[in-house]
Design a protein around this ligand. Structure first.
Ligand code: OGA
Ligand code: NI
Length: 340
């Protein structure tokens, strides 16, 4: 007898479609009070057993204090920070920055506004619900890859292209419009500072990445990971690497993000006022492997309170379009040949 398929005995496509067409997202499912999750969210045992092997140690990704460089010209101190950023990007691919110059009130308002969007009745959000987001657009969806992934994940997202062309601001949902615009501005300022440090760490001019327009094409994604009644059977986001140059991530106090470090999955503890930065695939390639684009994932949320995270992916369009396909020539030498 043929092995039983985990999905046999039910019409998976029909259930996916019903969920998609309901436009209710996982937030809607969660709010409806269900006690078991639809089967298409259930992940295979090999994925789930890997989730059980999460690190129980107290390691956290490196925390880098930017206070000394924001308003200071102390070059010795700056060199120290450059070293920290370089080391973190090489060995972890992830770090958290604190004292980055953005007031805590701006972080809080951004989180509240994204939460407020997701907290609306799904009939209100439905008007933004789509599957494809053209360059420059805004969309709300549950699981970008709903029809492609083997199993769905327990999150919904609001996405907006913030550049290279300025977004039509009125396309953003009113409930989070001003906050999204303000956050994009603040996060881009932090990204610029971090890119300068990353450049210096490679021995490049500080402004090199900006000059190469890496701050321009960017997508903001406001994720909601609502309470999941069966968090051991599914995931918040499956393990992946990010495609762009860097990602800036702001999260609320509900944990769930994990980063692969060696053979271990390390929990990223939310640090009040902290912003998480990670290197994307594009940075790994252009840096000729100096900086690492590392696997990360999010656990399904077992807390009654929703986990909210807002990510901005920088230099996303270049990945798909033309631009650079290999390491920056100035980083190559006979001793350091291109590995991509
Ligand atoms: C992503 C991502 C993590 C999070 O959107 O690429 O990794 O904490 N998100 O939401
Ligand atoms: Ni990611």
């Amino acid at each position: 007898m043929a092995a039983m398929d985990a999905n046999s005995g039910y019409d998976r496509m029909k259930e996916l479609k019903e969920f998609d067409e309901s436009k209710m997202g996982v937030k809607g499912l969660s709010d409806s009070g269900i006690t078991s999750i639809p089967r298409f969210f259930v992940h295979p045992p090999e994925t789930l057993s890997d989730f059980k092997n999460s690190s129980s140690t107290c390691t956290n990704i490196p925390i880098i204090d930017l206070s000394g460089i924001i308003n200071s010209k102390d070059s010795d101190h700056r060199l120290k920070i450059v070293e920290q950023v370089k080391e973190a990007a090489k060995t972890w691919g992830f770090f958290q920055v604190i004292n980055h110059g953005v007031p805590i009130s701006v972080l809080d308002e951004t989180i509240h506004a994204i939460k407020a969007f997701h907290d609306q009745p799904h009939e209100v959000k439905a008007k933004y619900y789509k599957r494809e987001n053209e360059l420059g657009g805004v969309m709300y969806t549950s699981n970008n890859d709903l029809y492609r992934a083997k199993s769905a994940a327990w999150h919904d997202s609001l996405q907006a292209w913030m550049g290279p062309e300025p977004l039509k601001v009125t396309d953003l949902p009113e409930i989070c419009r001003n906050e999204v615009v303000a956050w994009d501005k603040s996060a881009t300022e932090v990204a610029e500072i971090v890119m300068e440090l990353l450049c210096e760490g490679l021995g490049l001019e500080a402004g090199k990445f900006k000059e190469l327009t890496f701050l321009d094409a960017r997508v903001l994604v406001g994720h909601c990971y609502p309470y999941c009644p069966q968090p051991d059977l599914t995931v918040g986001i499956t393990s992946h690497t990010d495609p762009g140059v860097i990602t800036v991530l702001l999260q609320n106090h509900v944990p769930g993000l994990q980063v692969k470090h060696g053979d271990e999955w390390v929990n990223v503890k939310p640090v009040p006022g902290g912003l998480i930065i990670n290197a994307g695939d594009f940075l790994q390639i252009i840096s000729n492997g100096e900086y690492k684009s590392v696997q990360h994932r999010v656990l399904a949320n077992s807390s009654k309170e929703a986990r909210i995270s807002i990510v901005i992916f920088f230099n996303l369009a270049k990945w798909k379009g033309d631009g650079y396909h290999g390491p920056l020539p100035e980083l190559l030498s006979p001793k350091k040949p291109a590995i991509y």
